[in-house]
Design a protein. Structure first.
Length: 282
């Protein structure tokens, strides 16, 4: 478990001075960073890996990244980077996502032939986009897409972004409420330290199971036996072992609770690999 006790530190929000996020100002990651760390300096990075690298190298205290959307599913790259860079989730945040279709001020909705945005945003609005037979163009971020539409000044091109981003980049909102109403993204704030706090109510872990029948069932039954509720379980290919898998699991509880500590210790003894990914509130 990578020496659990030595990795735990007390939460000190006043030490969060620099926060990195992927994309440009008024992307959803930027809006979430502002909500979580209002007084911190927010630093734009081009890719998710740039965010992780920044935190890993100590250039910023915290990185804010999306990890799951109710419509588009998990952000696989972020889960892989959590393992690669050995960072921890310290804060959770759920944001309601409301995409609008934004274009140039001289354009109309019927002019639009091509829509730019992040692949997850395009996926979340796929019903509308498919119905109107619009060409889809992937961008690395919703705000990056908004800036591109502003710069190109082509009324046949539009983007999916937040209303805040459309306003900031000088675009006209052509249509609102493109995605389903029950569209939420779960964000994580990551750092180099695993934090413990009595108010936390969620723990994330990563583990491998022995290659034998019933191994995963045994893990899940241990949580049931201790009355710990699972909220998420998610598998990813283990890049170091072909045809084997890593399991990401979130459960309700507090890492300071003796019962939780006992479960984690039991898992550490029984499993070939276990890592605590984070302790936080959600």
């Amino acid at each position: 478990m990578n020496n659990l006790k030595s990795n735990l530190v007390r939460k000190k929000e006043n030490k969060v001075k620099k926060v990195s996020y992927q994309g440009l100002p008024f992307a959803y990651s930027h809006l979430t960073s502002k909500a979580l760390f209002e007084k911190a300096e927010l630093i734009s990075k081009e890719t998710f890996e740039d965010v992780f690298q920044d935190v890993h190298d100590g250039n910023t205290d915290i990185g804010v990244v999306p990890i799951e959307n109710t419509k588009a599913g998990y952000v696989n790259e972020v889960y892989d980077l959590l393992l690669e860079y050995n960072l921890y989730i310290n804060y959770g945040y759920i944001r309601k996502i409301d995409h609008c279709l934004a274009g140039t001020y001289d354009g109309k909705l019927e002019d639009v032939l091509e829509v730019h945005s992040h692949p997850q945003a395009l996926m979340q609005c796929k019903n509308y986009l498919k119905k109107h037979k619009l060409k889809l163009v992937n961008e690395i971020n919703t705000a990056v897409a908004a800036k591109k539409i502003r710069d190109e000044k082509n009324k046949t091109k539009a983007c999916l972004c937040s209303k805040e981003a459309a306003l900031h980049y000088g675009l006209k909102v052509l249509k609102e409420e493109l995605n389903p109403k029950e569209n939420y993204t779960r964000f994580a704030a990551i750092s180099k330290k695993l934090i413990k706090d009595k108010n936390h109510n969620r723990i994330s872990i990563l583990f491998k199971v022995p290659h034998k029948a019933g191994a995963l069932d045994k893990v899940i039954s241990l949580f049931a036996k201790n009355n710990l509720s699972l909220s998420t379980i998610y598998s990813r290919p283990d890049m170091s072992s072909p045809w084997k898998y890593l399991f990401y699991l979130d459960f309700d509880g507090n890492i300071l609770d003796e019962k939780v500590s006992n479960v984690l210790n039991d898992l550490e003894k029984d499993l070939p690999y276990l890592k605590i990914l984070g302790s936080y509130s959600i």
